[in-house]
Design a protein around this ligand. Structure first.
Ligand SMILES: Nc1ncnc2c1ncn2[C@@H]1O[C@H](COP(=O)(O)OP(=O)(O)OP(=O)(O)O)[C@@H](O)[C@H]1O
Ligand SMILES: [Mg+2]
Length: 261
């Protein structure tokens, strides 16, 4: 598979020299076009920092990031990114459809095309019946689905997700995970997904990048060689449990090591 995002020896220091915080040290990672890559690691290890640098919301202190050969700033201008954070940040005074429509208004898409696109996105997240509802009328899970649809509105090549399901209950989280896989299969968008949940990372991903504590480095990349589509039956596979164990081992979560997640 072709490399879409190339992260080359990236370090990030917040603040100035001696009283600064070295958040990430010498991180290199190639993210493949179309893959589902998760990043997992202890709190404060620099996952959000890394995601923000990919998305041009922060600049690296050293090293560089290339997105399809372009700088993150150029990729952002070319609308290559959709971004979803833990909080859906919808506009309360706009209906579901008009929230999804907003990024299309911003780029000046003609009205009819906009409406067709919004309809397709509502269909993608299976919320057509809620088009005219307001965010306050939706469950937390549905609000997150709307945030995902909005992030996909401009058909980005890359979806950056920072613990999108972290605030949801376990049942909703699993359902949204399955639906995200469905969206990913249908759009072939490249997903970079930050999570604290080992089972979630293993269930969803093609690869899991496991980070060490601050200054964050990539300790290991675990290839998740489970068959797709991933279903409830995936959990019956011995390989699923082996992979869970492997990721937990790298995180130091097994056998009395200090817990981090
Ligand atoms: N704006 C900032 N100014 C100074 N230090 C920061 C800033 N943002 C993050 N940091 C520091 O950089 C380190 C990495 O932060 P980051 O938010 O990337 O971690 P994280 O892995 O996403 O953590 P969590 O899992 O808790 O979300 C932390 O030690 C944090 O305190
Ligand atoms: Mg974070």
């Amino acid at each position: 598979m072709d490399t879409l995002i190339k992260i080359e020896s990236v370090s990030k220091r917040y603040g100035h020299n001696h009283d600064g915080v070295l958040a990430l040290r010498d991180v290199s990672l190639d993210i493949r076009a179309g893959e589902f890559l998760s990043i997992i690691g202890p709190s404060g290890c620099g996952k959000s920092t890394l995601l923000k640098m990919i998305g041009d919301l922060l600049a690296p202190s050293s090293g560089r990031i290339l997105v399809n050969g372009k700088t993150p700033a150029d990729a952002r201008r070319a609308r290559e990114y959709g971004i979803v954070f833990q909080s859906p940040t919808l506009m309360e005074w706009r209906t579901v459809a008009r929230n999804i429509e907003l990024p299309l208004e911003i780029v000046g898409m003609p009205r009819e095309e906009r409406h067709a696109r919004v309809h397709a996105l509502l269909d993608l997240i299976r919320l057509c019946d809620f088009a005219t509802r307001y965010p306050a009328e939706l469950s937390a899970g549905m609000q997150m689905q709307v945030a995902i649809a909005r992030a996909l509105a401009n058909q980005p090549r890359i979806l950056l997700m920072d613990e999108p399901f972290g605030a949801l209950d376990e049942i909703t989280r699993e359902r949204l995970g399955r639906e995200l896989l469905d969206v990913w299969t249908r759009t072939r968008v490249t997903i970079v997904f930050v999570t604290h949940s080992v089972p979630e990372a293993v269930r969803l991903s093609d690869r899991v990048a496991v980070m060490s504590s601050r200054p964050g480095q990539i300790k290991r990349i675990v290839e998740i060689d489970l068959p797709r589509p991933r279903t409830a039956a995936t959990r019956d596979l011995p390989r699923y449990w082996e992979l869970l164990r492997e990721v937990r081992d790298v995180l130091g979560l097994n056998e009395g090591q200090d817990g981090v997640c």
